[in-house]
Design a protein around this ligand. Structure first.
Ligand SMILES: Cc1cc2nc3c(=O)[nH]c(=O)nc-3n(C[C@H](O)[C@H](O)[C@H](O)COP(=O)(O)O)c2cc1C
Length: 124
């Protein structure tokens, strides 16, 4: 992927507003200490890998493969620190992009909630 596709921002968002973007009223979004957003420029990815698939959409596949690797790495690092983590992808993408004021054409791919481990899963 071109370097221009990589970047990081930090933003303070009202936790209840973040939870309101959930399609399943996921409480993690309101109670997590930190919520990391994995976002992607699908247009740039598709343009970069346009020749690899007749419909020109191979880039989307790569975005999802990379996002999965990123999320797994974040999850492993979180567990190694003795914390808990939950991947959330069930959100209203447009509403979340508006709330985060993501610069177009970035779109949210997944959220990763980090916080203290719940008692029930503390041993895992
Ligand atoms: C791609 C992906 C998307 C997910 N989206 C959600 C979600 O929107 N809401 C949710 O509660 N769990 C979601 N999960 C499941 C949680 O991340 C987690 O795996 C589940 O809560 C079980 O966690 P535990 O094994 O630590 O109890 C998703 C998992 C994956 C892999």
């Amino acid at each position: 992927m071109p370097d221009a596709l990589l970047g990081a921002w930090r933003k303070a968002i009202a936790p209840e507003a973040l939870r309101a973007t959930s399609l399943a009223d996921d409480a993690w979004l309101e109670h997590a200490a930190v919520v990391l957003v994995v976002a992607a420029d699908y247009e740039a990815a598709n343009a970069h890998f346009f020749d690899q698939q007749p419909d020109g959409r191979r880039g989307e596949r790569y975005v999802h493969i990379e996002a999965g690797a990123v999320l797994q790495n974040m999850h492993l690092a979180t567990l190694a620190e003795g914390l808990g983590g939950v991947i959330v992808a069930g959100f209203d993408a447009r509403r979340l992009a508006d709330l985060l004021a993501l610069p177009a054409p970035l779109q949210p791919v997944a959220l990763f909630c980090v916080g203290a481990r719940a008692e029930a899963s503390a041993g895992r």
